[in-house]
Design a protein around this ligand. Structure first.
Ligand code: CP3
Length: 339
């Protein structure tokens, strides 16, 4: 995977699976039951390390991803973050002026020391040829959860970006700084590459995309490099338009680009002005369905991404309904056993 991020095109792409440690694995559900809350789980280095390693014990994956969550940052900044079973994350939305007070970035990131310890533990346990991915949410995606309070509609978050432009820009700058410190700590702890999950990059006007995605992410990456981090970064502006994805690649110091299921890799390669690793983008539903549909889907992804550096992945996270035998079949197919 590191060779692909350095620009090499391999005969067979490396593969990892977004949310590869998750509820589709019975051993994950058993481990999860040992922590009281989801955040307790993320902040227990031994449990987080074990969760990161679980998928690699079953499948011949080329990368491990730190087990954590993008919402540890708002938690560390002093916002209340809860995970409601079957509903997803809930935060107290930022509404009134007294809410708009956050802890100082360095102090916030110190609170994430258990996450950095988990990175260290995973790194120590991995074989030499397995890449360790650290990650964080993109500033706008994390801000959206903070402004909206949940991950459904984003109307309140977008409204705030217009109505309270100064406050929102300051929040994005704070998140860029905090995220750079958090990613730098993960790199120091042994992460080989870093992914920025910009899951709510969809539905933004060109002007808002520039203001809330490109500008804060640029600041984040400049800060990350100033902190001495040389690890390659994969940006994942999920469900942005092709124009926006190309602009993201052109404007930002990213070695890789995550593509969601709707994106057309071949066309994007033509539009991006420099060689870049493309990661994606099998429909996660195919790991529920399996059979011929999965085989055809995987073959199409391999064909669509051929001719340039490719990291095989899904277009979004694996679902709890995915079947383990289908994941096994996919890994075999991508490694060349049976296509
Ligand atoms: O990929 C991995 O295996 C690493 C772990 C990881 C998690 N979350 C664990 C998790 C990663 C990389 C994330 C990133 C994340 N978290 C994103 C960006 C990626 C994306 O999916 O767009 C987002 C938006 C979040 C916020 C978040 N955390 C949501 C929306 C949820 C609920 C999801 C659901 O299906 O209920 C979470 C909780 C969460 N984070 C779970 C896991 C395995 C499931 C909750 C549980 O096990 O109790």
């Amino acid at each position: 995977m590191m060779r692909v991020l350095a620009g090499e095109t391999l005969a067979r792409p490396p593969i990892w699976i977004m949310r590869q440690a998750g509820r589709y694995l019975p051993e994950y559900r058993a481990l999860r039951a040992r922590a009281k809350t989801f955040l307790d789980f993320c902040y227990a280095p031994a449990l987080a390390c074990e969760a990161s390693l679980q998928p690699l014990q079953r499948f011949k994956l080329d990368a491990a991803i730190l087990f954590s969550d993008i919402l540890t940052i708002p938690d560390a900044l002093g916002r209340s973050v809860r995970f409601v079973d079957g509903e997803g994350p809930r935060l107290d939305p930022l509404i009134d002026a007294p809410d708009w007070r956050f802890d100082e970035p360095h102090r916030a990131v110190q609170r994430l020391a258990p996450v950095h310890e988990a990175v260290e533990r995973v790194g120590a346990a991995l074989a030499d040829d397995v890449t360790l991915i650290g990650f964080a949410g993109g500033p706008w995606t994390v801000a959206t959860y903070m402004l909206q309070g949940e991950g459904g509609e984003k109307d309140r978050a977008r409204r705030a970006a217009y109505e309270r432009a100064g406050d929102v820009d300051a929040l994005l700058a704070l998140l860029a700084e905090t995220t750079a410190l958090h990613l730098a700590a993960q790199a120091r702890a042994g992460a080989h590459c870093l992914q920025i999950f910009e899951s709510w990059a969809e539905g933004l006007s060109p002007a808002l995309f520039e203001r809330v995605i490109l500008a804060p992410t640029r600041a984040l990456l400049i800060r990350l490099r100033a902190l001495g981090v040389t690890a390659p970064v994969i940006g994942f502006p999920r469900a942005a338009t092709s124009e926006q994805i190309a602009a993201y690649a052109d404007a930002l110091d990213v070695a890789g680009l995550g593509l969601s299921t709707a994106a057309a890799a071949k066309a994007l390669r033509g539009r991006i002005k420099r060689p870049i690793a493309l990661q994606g983008n099998l429909d996660p539903q195919l790991l529920v369905v399996g059979g011929r549909a999965l085989e055809d889907g995987a073959a199409r992804v391999l064909e669509e991404f051929a001719g340039g550096p490719h990291i095989f992945n899904l277009g979004h996270g694996i679902t709890p309904e995915a079947r383990i035998d289908h994941v096994q079949r996919l890994v075999d197919l991508v490694h060349g056993d049976g296509l």
